[in-house]
Design a protein around this ligand. Structure first.
Ligand code: NAD
Length: 277
């Protein structure tokens, strides 16, 4: 690898969740810095459009990151087309809003599978293709540290991504592979439009010391730093990119974007009644 710090010519990158929002912006910035980029997303139409816009040094591979065979096929195809991987960004993810009392197992699994298991599968197959060393960047979340009512699966999965990042850094360091995470606060993307296009935006702003909602460019700048040689001695860390929101509190979303918590069952003894006897 011969690029000057900050420039990424000669590097092969893969980005999951590259069809929208944060992953899309990071893919665009990696490409602009000179890297060859493989776009991975479950949304084939989205990454086909992005690939067309970017032009050369790009390929698009449709895959569901929760499916190991699909992840492996996409990563192997990227390496087959462009050679060993040097940079991987894992941005595929989703949210959900329901109190634990109402949270269906299938919904818990949907969020945990995508936000945590998908990152594990991606790291596993990306690292196998980083035969010259590299940099893996996982997109976690402020909510991996700052709890939010109604977001149990998301918060737990993102906290898991931070720890997965540390373990991967320990195991892969001897291979010359750095593994870091970025934890964004509220970023304006299609995923967060219910928040950024509603009055609750003001409550978010009250809890962001720097006084504005984040842009995908804020996250991409951090990703490019971690991808390149300026970060050559950084691994196992998580960079908060949140305008300082971690110093304050997360707005209460329950009841404003989800049904109220379920009532106690109508039939059967209540615990307090039994205790009173
Ligand atoms: N936007 C924010 O405020 C914010 C804050 C913190 C963390 N994040 C995290 O950043 C990441 C990107 O979020 P975003 O706001 O850009 O969302 P987004 O919805 O704009 O983009 C997510 C992308 O992931 C893709 N995707 C969904 N399921 C997939 C699957 N099973 N396999 C492959 N691709 C799949 C979607 O098609 C989409 O292109 C997520 O991990 C999210 O949790 C976002």
């Amino acid at each position: 690898m011969t690029s000057a710090p900050g420039r990424l010519e000669g590097r092969n990158a893969v980005v999951t969740g590259a069809g929208s929002g944060i992953g899309l912006r990071i893919a665009q910035e990696l490409h602009a810095a000179g890297a060859t980029v493989t776009l991975v997303d479950i949304n084939a139409a989205a990454i086909t459009d992005v690939a067309r816009d970017l032009g050369d040094r790009v390929s698009a591979r449709t895959a569901d990151v929760t499916d190991e065979a699909q992840v492996q096929a996409a990563i192997d195809a990227a390496a087959g087309a462009f050679g060993p991987l040097h940079i991987a960004v894992n941005a595929a993810g989703t949210g959900g809003l329901a109190p634990i009392l109402d949270l269906e197992l299938v919904e818990w699994r949907r969020v945990a599978d995508l936000c945590l298991t998908g990152v594990f599968l991606s790291i596993k197959h990306q690292a196998r293709r980083m035969t010259e060393g590299g940099s893996i960047i996982n997109i976690a979340s402020l909510n991996g540290r700052q709890p939010a009512e109604g977001m149990a699966a998301y918060c737990a999965a993102k906290a898991g991504v931070e720890m997965l990042t540390k373990v991967a850094a320990m195991e892969l360091g001897p291979r010359g592979i750095r593994v870091n995470a970025i934890s964004p606060g509220l970023i304006d993307t299609p995923l967060t439009s219910p928040f950024t296009r509603s009055p609750i935006q003001d409550e978010f702003l009250d809890n962001i010391p720097l006084g504005r909602i984040g842009a995908t460019a804020d996250v991409a700048a951090a990703a490019l730093f971690l991808a390149g040689d300026h970060a050559a001695w950084i691994t196992g860390d998580t960079l908060l990119v949140d305008g300082g929101a971690h110093t304050k509190r997360y707005p209460a979303l329950l009841g404003r974007f989800a049904p109220p918590p379920s009532r106690p069952p109508a039939a059967g003894p209540r615990i307090d009644e039994g205790d009173a006897e």
